[in-house]
Structures are given as structure tokens and as C-alpha cells.
Design a protein around this ligand. Structure first.
Ligand code: ATP
Length: 374
């Protein structure tokens, strides 16, 4: 557990970066610090590993004041990941990952072997270990940065805008990877971002900071969306928070209905005679696309005769995904699959909206009220 007790940081030039701020970061969770540029996020984060000393107040790690620890010793238990990974350009990827273990006397052989295992853990192949950082993509470098921070198996991980230098698609992959890793490792993660979507996606709890280093609100993401503490938080979390709050409500109760289907490889004789959209499945009943109304199959049905489908909704996943599946489908009907990707049925936007109405979850209700006021 990390505790900030009325910490303040005033830099030598008089800038107050953090103002009497108290916050408790529970052990084994991902906690996110979010806020506009210059609101003191990095300053706060660096107080944990003593890269910044508070002007007053105290920072405690597992009940012990960090100022009583030797900085080098303290940092052995704290992984640190920064934007653009901060890798050593003239060391191989494998040696970058092995930096800290080597520093603390692990044999070269073991450190390299462990490094290769870690590379796999963060979704990279062992082979990449022989390259230099400049020979990797931005997203791969970020993964190496995470692997390096994990190399000493620290219980605490500080991450400062680690994914902000990569494009949105790579970024989403890295976020997903972090959540998967965290499920496996259960570290205490303190994560800094200025992107509220990232904060909401990753944080079990989110601390919103405002200019001048004040804590505006500290809450679980769903709570933040439903009950922003004030106008600053409301505008910072965004106008579409009612819609975003659908990310926190699962789709149980949504009953997929039937639709006509064909299989790849079928002939026109197999296509249902009614004129309408027909869903094409592969030999394992996984959706491949839609056959438009009144189209005739040329020879055997192949994928190039299909219209691409929208996003898929996996049973039990959030309502936001269900709504997106319905909205993005060329047929107006969202395709529902099970965890193995096997087709279960289709849903309409109307069905999803009806479920939202019926649920009347406090999050959704308040989110909706707030949105209409906006
Ligand atoms: N070494 C320093 N000396 C003086 N002022 C500093 C120093 N480091 C940071 N600051 C100032 O402290 C304030 C908070 O900076 P900090 O980097 O903690 O903010 P941040 O929220 O992480 O910003 P960003 O999102 O832009 O990285 C800013 O006004 C910044 O200019």
C-alpha cells in the first residue's frame, strides 16, 4: 500500500506542483493519476521512489516512510516505466531487460534467461531479445520497458505515461496486455496519464488532479462517471460519460434472437429463400460476414462474396460492446458470440436500449441525466 499524507511540493522557483494532497493506493491494484498537463502527476509519482522529495508531508510504502529508506534499496522494490521506454540504445533488448538483476549480482546467464522469459510474458518473442531498441517498433519498445521494470520482480510499479507515444491501436493492445499481466502478477501499480479514457480503462481507482496539484476526486471509474464531484471533474471526464458508463454494466439479460445463416462453402441451394441479410459462418460456426439480401451465390460461397460484419459482442461483456455491435453492423443487427467466438444469435439496438431502460442502474440513470443537462 502507498500512502500520501498531506504531501506538498514546492519547487525552488516557487512553483507549487502538489498541494497538501492525501491519497491511499491499495496494494495489488492499478490506481491511476489523471489530470491536465502540469497538475503535478509526475511529481506525485516520483515522490514514491524518492526521485522527488516532498516539501512537507510524508509518503509511506507498506506503512514505512520512504524517506527512512535508502533510495537505491527502495528503488529495488519499485519498477519504473516511462514514456518512450527510456531504453539504453547500445544494449541489446535482452540486456536492457536484465539491467537491474545484473546490477545486483545475478549471473549473466540467469539474467538473460529470465529476460527472455519476461519478453514472452509481455507478448514479445525471445528472438527480439537479440536486437537493439532502435530495431523495434514503438509499441514493442514500450513492452520492453515494462519487461525491464518487472525484471527485479518489484511489488510496486510506477508507470508515467508509458503508452502515450504510440498510436491508438497499439496503445489499446498495450493496455489490454497490462490488464492481463496485472491479473497474473497482482502488483501495486500507480499509473500516470492525461488521457481520461485510459484512466477509466485501466484504473480500479482513479485520482483526478486539477491544476495546482489538488485532488479533485478519488473514486472507482463508474463512480467518477456517475457522480463527478464538481464541474471540473464533470468536464474533464467528458460529455459522453453516460455512454461510457455502459462499459461498467454487463449484458446479462440480453437475449440474442435468430437469424438466417449459411456456411462458407455452401451453394446457392443452401441459402435460405427469404430475401434478407444472411449471416455467413465458418465450419466452426464463427461469423465471417453477411450475404446481402437477394444476392445469389456464385458457385460455392466464399468470403469475397460477403459484406464485412460489424464488431462482435461476446456474451457477458459490457453493454457498451453490445450497443457497438448493433450500431456497427451493416444489417442493424449485432452479432453475438460466446467466449470461443461461436455464433449465438443477433441483437438490435432497440433490445440494448430496452435493457438499459429496464436496468435503471444508478450509474446509467445518473449518467443519462447528466448527459441531457450537458
Ligand atoms: N524541477 C522543477 N522545477 C520547477 N518546476 C517544476 C519542476 N518539475 C515540474 N515543475 C512544475 O511543477 C508543475 C507540475 O509538474 P508535473 O510534471 O508534476 O506535472 P504533470 O501533471 O506530470 O504534467 P504533464 O502531464 O505535462 O507531464 C508544473 O507546473 C511544472 O512546470
Amino acid at each position: 500500500m502507498i500512502e500520501f499524507r498531506t504531501v506538498r511540493k514546492q519547487y525552488d522557483d516557487g512553483t507549487v506542483a502538489v498541494r497538501e494532497l492525501s491519497l491511499t493506493v491499495p496494494a495489488g491494484t492499478v490506481t491511476v493519476l489523471v489530470g491536465p498537463s502540469g497538475c503535478g502527476k509526475t511529481t506525485l509519482l516520483r515522490m514514491v521512489n524518492r526521485m522527488v522529495e516532498p516539501s512537507s508531508g510524508a509518503v509511506l510504502l507498506d506503512g514505512r516512510e520512504v524517506r527512512d529508506s535508502d533510495p537505491a534499496e527502495l528503488r529495488r522494490g519499485i519498477g519504473y516505466v516511462i514514456q518512450q521506454a527510456g531504453l539504453f540504445p547500445h544494449r541489446t533488448v535482452r540486456d536492457n531487460v536484465a539491467t537491474v538483476p545484473l546490477l545486483f549480482g545475478t549471473s549473466r546467464r540467469k539474467a538473460r534467461r529470465d529476460a527472455e522469459e519476461l519478453l514472452e510474458r509481455v507478448g514479445l518473442s525471445r528472438e527480439l531479445g537479440k536486437r537493439y531498441p532502435g530495431q523495434l517498433s514503438g509499441g514493442q519498445q514500450q513492452r520492453v520497458g515494462v519487461a525491464r521494470a518487472l525484471a527485479a520482480d518489484p511489488p510496486v510499479l510506477l508507470m508515467d505515461e508509458p503508452f502515450s507515444a504510440v498510436d491508438p491501436v497499439v496503445r489499446a493492445g498495450l493496455q489490454q496486455e497490462l490488464l492481463r499481466l496485472q491479473e497474473e502478477l497482482g502488483k501495486t501499480v500507480l499509473f500516470v496519464t492525461h488521457d481520461v479514457d485510459e484512466a477509466i480503462r485501466l484504473g480500479e481507482r482513479v485520482a483526478v488532479l486539477r491544476q495546482g496539484g489538488e485532488l479533485a476526486q478519488y473514486a472507482a471509474p463508474a463512480e467518477l462517471l456517475a457522480r463527478p464531484a464538481d464541474d471540473f471533474v464533470a468536464s474533464f471526464v467528458g460529455k459522453d460519460r453516460g455512454y461510457r458508463s455502459l462499459s461498467f454494466v454487463d449484458s446479462s439479460g440480453l437475449e440474442p434472437g435468430p437469424v438466417d445463416t449459411v456456411h462458407i462453402g455452401d451453394t446457392s441451394a443452401d441459402v435460405p429463400s427469404r430475401a434478407g441479410w444472411v449471416l455467413a459462418l465458418d465450419d466452426q460456426d464463427r461469423p465471417r460476414g453477411w450475404l446481402p439480401p437477394e444476392s445469389t451465390v456464385r458457385g460455392r460461397l466464399t468470403e469475397d462474396q460477403l459484406v464485412a460484419g460489424g464488431s462482435l459482442h461476446t456474451l457477458g461483456r459490457p453493454l457498451r460492446e453490445a450497443l457497438d455491435a448493433a450500431l456497427s453492423s451493416p444489417t442493424g443487427r449485432g452479432v453475438v458470440v460466446d467466449a470461443d467466438g461461436v455464433f449465438q444469435g443477433v441483437i438490435t439496438t432497440g433490445q440494448v436500449l430496452e435493457l438499459i431502460e429496464n436496468r435503471r442502474s444508478p450509474v446509467l440513470t445518473e449518467g443519462a441525466v447528466q448527459c441531457s443537462r450537458d
